[in-house]
Design a protein around this ligand. Structure first.
Ligand SMILES: Nc1nc2c(c(=O)[nH]1)N[C@H]1C(S)=C(S)[C@@H](COP(=O)(O)OP(=O)(O)OC[C@H]3O[C@@H](n4cnc5c(=O)[nH]c(N)nc54)[C@H](O)[C@@H]3O)O[C@H]1N2
Ligand SMILES: Nc1nc2c(c(=O)[nH]1)N[C@H]1C(S)=C(S)[C@@H](COP(=O)(O)OP(=O)(O)OC[C@H]3O[C@@H](n4cnc5c(=O)[nH]c(N)nc54)[C@H](O)[C@@H]3O)O[C@H]1N2
Ligand code: SF4
Ligand SMILES: [Mo]
Length: 635
């Protein structure tokens, strides 16, 4: 890497701060524009903000990157990560040739040798130990096309649902939260809501460092309107504190009680939207339906004093936060890993939504319960594309017979090829690797020997199993212990689609040839499929666009309909927010309300919102206890 992690974090914060002051240093500094340079529209591959970039090439070499001024997400700004993309493409530690382990050492090999070894080992393992003795571990940084091919190969042809991705470590709680509250995954609104919100509630989210361009948008909103208030719930003081008006510095893991206390005050002081509650909400204790009156009774325990005691904050601050929230015309909540990465992650996601629902502050400009996604394509490839062990493409489930049949038809396989039982989720999968139950693993675009929790439990198993790693760089902690390392094309060396936090799908452009002998990840997987005897159903994939076109069939008529987003259109526009059911549809800013092409006016019968993911169109407010962390912090 061109900078150390410490410098990197400093730079991130510094760049965000610079743009706070209106200095547009981000886009221009490293882009040494020359007349010979050609500029191509693309997208950043580093985080879920999904900033638009312009890639500068000189004689087929990537020489500069600048923010895309026409992109509505970043309007020309980039943080230090996007800003360095051209350096990363050309980094010295790019992996240029396949590596195969011989006598304990990784040595260079031909593609033919490496791939025939991978195919024969996978074949042998499946024959001797069954299809569930192999697995695939992918990434929210892979393109949708890549994840789609892996899904088609592993779930549809090999016949194992042992296919997972690193978003499990990151976004799984958010998915669970959206599904249980609204009946459908992914946000109701979009980043645009940031530009008109009056109050922001940031929970467990250090946007200044982790999502700097979102932070910039927040800063811009606050600068324009000094009455805007930002509340943060976070155990740490972070660089994001620069714009925070009220900081509830909680003891980690206890903040469920704060969210209930906020609801308690909002109810007591009359900030609820009674019409919206009557028309559009149900209540649940997590096991069964309860009434609105039951919910109010449940909240009584959660006084500001109770929550303050549990969380180590001031009761008055909780009251202030609740009043700001209640009085505001519109509120945007943003949260990331401080909410998701915990035993009660889904529950806390539900509580974030609860507040928006009981106050009716959702589904219009400036009002949204907006989970910030970590990775650039966790939403697109993995959540929408079905890159987890229980999913199929197009927000479908392996457990549903109709869903298996629909996808099997598109994949041209018997529906019985797809197993009805979910495979092993990430942790169970690596436990099975550690115990020797899974004997061969294909890892693409992620570095689990660095990023798994409780890593020491899994390292020996990873070393013992037959480990294939597709990587752009070497060494990484995972490539170091692999049996075969396959050089993958990076970012600007391949076409693909990324779907960011706000349901927006964007085209990533190929502008240069892969370095050395690197190949597109999709191409490597198609090669493996062919060697395993499944070539017939993959041979029509000659380009990523072919794959995208097949994937679009999986989205037709679904809540994440992308039918109106073929490459021809994506290459022109700055992404499209689904549902986008036809090529003349502009995309959707707010779901479940008028303007959403799926909003059923007839069923809604005058209601402002209809949550069509639920059978009766009503979202659910959850009254679950404020259980603390699995493992409290010690000194
Ligand atoms: N520079 C850089 N940026 C990145 C990434 C990167 O690797 N580097 N990765 C991207 C990805 S994949 C992700 S997921 C995001 C992560 O983005 P963030 O989640 O914003 O980043 P974290 O550093 O994980 O910060 C989590 C915050 O949660 C707080 N927290 C911890 N425990 C609790 C708790 O119990 N309650 C509350 N309320 N808060 C708590 C922490 O103090 C911290 O401020 O960043 C994305 N952006
Ligand atoms: N201790 C600790 N652990 C964590 C977290 C934490 O905050 N602290 N955060 C968790 C979270 S939120 C997340 S999202 C995960 C992230 O965990 P990882 O996915 O392991 O994170 P990265 O380091 O981004 O790994 C991506 C890898 O893909 C490679 N790569 C990049 N582009 C391509 C490509 O086009 N093709 C291929 N084949 N490879 C490519 C990169 O070189 C890199 O090695 O970590 C989780 N684990
Ligand atoms: S905020 Fe995220 S998407 Fe935007 S430039 Fe930075 S890393 Fe890339
Ligand atoms: Mo993440």
């Amino acid at each position: 890497m061109p900078v150390s992690r410490r410098e990197f974090l400093k730079l991130s914060a510094a760049s965000a701060a610079a743009s706070t002051l209106g200095v547009e240093l981000l886009a221009t500094k490293s882009a040494h524009a020359t007349p010979a340079m050609q500029w191509t529209k693309s997208v950043c591959r580093f985080c879920g903000v999904g900033c638009g970039v312009m890639i500068g090439t000189t004689n087929g070499k990537v020489t500069a990157v600048k923010g895309d001024k026409l992109n509505p997400i970043n309007k020309g700004l980039l943080c230090v990560k996007g800003f360095y993309l051209h350096k990363v493409v050309n980094a010295k530690n790019r992996l240029l040739k396949p590596l195969v382990r011989k006598n304990g050492k990784l040595v260079e090999a031909s593609w033919e040798e490496a791939m025939s070894l991978v195919a024969s080992k996978f074949k042998e393992t499946i024959e001797q130990n069954g299809k569930d003795s192999v697995c695939f571990y992918g990434s929210g940084q892979a393109t949708t096309e890549e994840t789609y091919i892996a899904n088609k190969l592993f779930k549809g042809h090999i016949g194992t649902n042992n296919l997972e991705g690193n978003p499990r470590l990151c976004m799984a709680s958010a998915v669970g939260g959206y599904l249980t509250t609204f009946g459908a995954d992914e946000p109701v609104g979009s980043f645009d809501d940031i530009d008109s919100a009056d109050v922001f509630l940031l929970v467990g989210s250090n946007t200044a460092e982790a999502h700097p361009v979102v932070y910039d948008r927040l800063v811009a909103r606050k600068k324009k309107n000094p009455n805007v208030k930002v509340i943060a719930i976070d155990p740490r003081k972070t660089p994001t504190n620069k714009i925070i008006d009220l900081h509830l510095q909680v003891i980690p893991g206890y903040d469920l009680s704060i969210m209930h206390a906020l609801a308690n005050i909002v109810v007591k002081e009359g900030f609820t939207d009674e019409t919206f509650i009557k028309d559009s909400l149900n209540f649940s204790d997590g096991k069964k339906a309860i009434s609105y009156a039951d919910y109010k009774k449940f909240l009584e325990k959660y006084t500001p004093e109770y929550a303050a005691e549990k969380c180590g904050v001031n009761a008055e601050d909780i009251v202030t936060a609740a009043r700001w929230y209640g009085q505001a015309k519109s509120v945007v909540s943003l949260w990331t890993m401080g909410v998701n990465q915990r035993k009660r992650g889904v529950w806390l996601n539900n509580l974030m939504h609860n507040m928006h629902l009981i106050t009716g502050k959702i589904g219009y400009k400036g009002a949204d319960s907006l989970s910030l996604t970590g990775q650039p394509n966790a939403c697109g490839g993995v959540r929408e594309g079905g890159g987890l062990c229980h999913l199929l493409p197009g927000h479908r489930l392996v457990a549903k017979e109709a869903h298996r049949e629909q996808i099997a038809k598109i994949w041209n396989v018997p529906a019985s090829n797809i197993a009805p039982k979910p495979g092993k989720h990430t942790i169970a999968m690596f436990e099975a690797v550690a115990s020797g139950e899974i004997k061969a693993a294909y890892i693409m675009c992620t570095n689990p020997a660095q990023s798994l929790p409780n890593l020491n439990k899994y390292l020996q198993g990873l070393k013992d199993c037959f480990l294939v790693v597709a990587e752009c760089f070497h060494p990484t902690e995972t490539s170091k212990i692999a049996d075969v390392v396959l050089p993958a094309a990076f970012w600007s060396e391949k076409d693909g689609v990324y779907g960011c936090t706000e349901r927006r799908s964007q085209h990533q452009a190929k502008v240069n040839e892969p370095k050395g002998e690197a190949r597109w990840d999709g191409d490597i997987l198609i090669d493996l499929a062919t060697r395993l005897g499944h070539g017939k159903n993959f041979e029509h994939f000659t380009t990523p666009e072919d794959v995208w076109n097949e994937y679009l069939l999986c989205t037709k008529g679904k809540d994440m309909d992308l039918t109106g987003a073929p490459y021809s259109r994506l290459k022109e526009v700055r992404g499209l927010r689904w549902p986008v059911p036809s090529v003349d549809h502009p995309g959707t800013e707010h779901r479940f309300t008028s303007g959403d092409p799926l909003f059923p006016e007839d069923k809604a019968a005058g209601r402002r919102m209809y949550f069509y993911g639920k059978p009766d169109g009503r979202a659910v407010v959850f009254a679950r206890p404020d259980l603390g962390p699995h493992e409290p912090t010690d000194d």
